[in-house]
Design a protein around this ligand. Sequence first.
Ligand code: SF4
Length: 898
Amino acid sequence: MTCTTCPYCGVGCGVIATLSDELIPNKVSIQGDPAHPANYGRLCVKGSALADTLGLEGRLLQPLLRDGDGSAQTASWDQALDRVATGLRDVIDRHGPEAVAFYVSGQLLTEDYYVVNKLVKGWLGTANIDTNSRLCMSSAVAGHKRAFGEDLVGGNYQDLEEADLVVLVGSNTAWCHPVVYQRLMQSRRERPEKRIVVIDPRRTATCEQADLHLSARAGSDVWLFNGLLTYLEEHGVVDAEFVADHTSGASEALAAARLSAGRLEVVAKACGVPVANLQAFYAMFARTRKVVTLFSQGVNQSSSGTDKVNSIINCHLLTGRLGEPGMGPFSITGQPNAMGGREVGGLANMLAAHLELHDPQHRQLVQEFWNSPAIAAEPGLKAVDLFEAVHDGRIKALWIMATNPVVSMPDADRVREALSRCELLVVSDLFADTDTAALAQVVLPALGWGEKDGTVTNSERCLSRQKAFLPAPGEAKPDWWAVSEVARRLGFEGFDFQQPHQIFDEHARLSAWRNDPQGVQRAFHIGGLAGLDAEAYDRLRPCQWPVSRAGESTPRLFQDRRFFHAHGRARLVPTPPRPPVNVPDEAFPLVLNTGRIRDQWHTMTRTGRAPRLANHLPEPFVEMHPYEAMLCGVQDGTLVRVTSRWGAMVARLRCTADQPRRSLFVPIHWNDRCASDARVGALVNPVVDPLSGEPEFKHTPVSVSPFPVDWHAVVFSRFPLQLEETDAPAYWVRIQGEGFVRYELAGRGRIDDPQRWSRSLLGLRQPSDWLEVHQDSSHDYSAAALDADQLLACVYLSSRSDLPSRGWLGRLFEKERLSEADMVGLKLGRSVDPADDVGATVCSCFSVGRNTILDAIRDNGLTSVEGVGRCLGAGTNCGSCQPEIRALIAAAQLAESP
Ligand code: SF4
């Protein structure tokens, strides 16, 4: 039994992993850690399905070297590391250290992050190291620094429970941070008077339980919070003593707010919300002292992200609402170790241990501690600029770790082009076939969750251990080890780490180094954790920094009203509103918004392998208001092409009135390995916030048009298809199932010989049994390959898109022998017994389908989520599907009403 931490979102839930059968990955059982302060035993569906992602299929087990012609050979670590070190040395000798860059990830452990940052800034002497956290919360970092003098999240998850009002801004918390959402909902059940307001252009699952949803136009948050600041002042809701004694800049911030948002009508118009709703929110905020404003990517991923953050913080500073239980601004991070990366200086514009690159005293302090030959003197290139520098040849060597920028970056086709031009591209990953790793000359096998060992820090400053409970597969190694080995080959000292606890110890000591009034005082201080030996490090329980020398952790900052600007005050920052940089026009009249879905993580390289996570939303999709769809000439359920000035993609249309007019929502997850053309990053404008460098993922002008096809097919096969080797159809998606792989296909032209086409697609030359139906009149065709009554594969091809129920077909693959009724069903293309068709998955934890839930509601007269839970179990584990269950209950009640 191992206590570890979930590797997905910034909630940072504690997990107990138990090996129930020796070293068989799918025999690991996963539970929430009841003692972990982030989740107290809860897990969401992604966390619960962690065991399903641990298989070694497709894992890179040895280093891989690629030649100029693209041919790849496995290599020893010595060969691979020599090639990396020689390549870096060669580039530095010819072009200087600024021609080298590193792009790392919020998925790295703090120890990996620490070592790579030390190498780059202290020994290579450049700050060209940035991270995918730039895409996630760098606006929050910049906003915190402006307001508090340091990148600080003062509160904790308990404050969300204790607050009387929680404002969720730009955050689909129910889907993206489900355990925090569950905690919030539980606290509301205990105190029904608690209020929840959601500010989001979309009506998401999070809005379902909100008292008020403000569908503020994308990019309008600064108007909204400037309006609130003005309202608070006008209504005398100002903590004058706090403002006078502990802040600066209030008059300037208020003047800027009044200028842009002095009248409710002006704000309502700028935000596109009714005046009455705006007034209701302002009044609720004004009369509630215990208020937490939680914000996430909807705020950060904007060309004015930093100002948005400060406009929120200004309202808390004006009212003195922070530093006490149940109040404060709260940035929730997307990634498991976004905050750990910030602690070690993993962004291009910071040093380690919350010290600043631009300050000579800070640089000297770090260099002294490291005893390093150099120290970066200028900020390095932030993510978007970094890839642009690769494209134009300024960066000639790039090492990417634990991230997939060919999918996740804005203007992603240009990023792919840049990487294909790079003189030396090194990628450390679990898989050699990610969209990014496929371009690398050197691919290094990294350790994954369950194999690696270190620490992470979640959104509430809680530092937890992520521990190994599985052996390293093949020759995979920790990233810190690979970086240290390259450093040694470059002749550098200071990288003789043998164990992660040694790195953690150095990191903890650096946090305490000259961290006093005579040196450079900062809140980030984990000196109390310095000196842990391997055993003590292994026993380390979750704690919130700062951790004093006596080992006490700090659940809440700012209780002493002390901030970290030179004058010790917090700063209210004037935030004149700016509209998004690229606005819709005639050619691109709609606004593209991107984000996550409930059951997938990032670019699906891990979650895409877990069948139960694939069932909820299996295909890439575009959400659009039905009226807007009508104007674009596209129909619900059909394929559409979305185009921007930067690129295009194809996905299936889902019409919903939850999506505001003149906008679209597309999830970020699909990549070129699992879909034909669904990388939304290819469309996203590479515009960034001028201070934080965070890209504007939430606002790209696009157009939508039909993607006409002549036929549709669904294929289930026990073996993966080699789509590249056949004539790949215009549209395809690969979906991992339990014991099969499912393909959704669509194409152009006519398939003259469907039997030949099907057999060739399935790679079947001599199937034992071939059950076939060919309806000449409609050109519909179906076939099933059987082996002794067990289903090997099936194909349904039609000119129409209403193909058989995928849930029912998938269940046939669970059977060792098909029954007569199953055979008849296969021929008919539908289940003979309707009870066999459970419908699309709603509850992924217990694999409960839509039809099952509707039947239970109807047959048992269920009227509540709890009732459905008692009857079917659905919604009783992670709770993420509860909004959908509620919607099904409402739909059933509507259908029943006279
Ligand atoms: S909320 Fe879910 S994804 Fe996030 S850390 Fe917890 S279990 Fe993992």
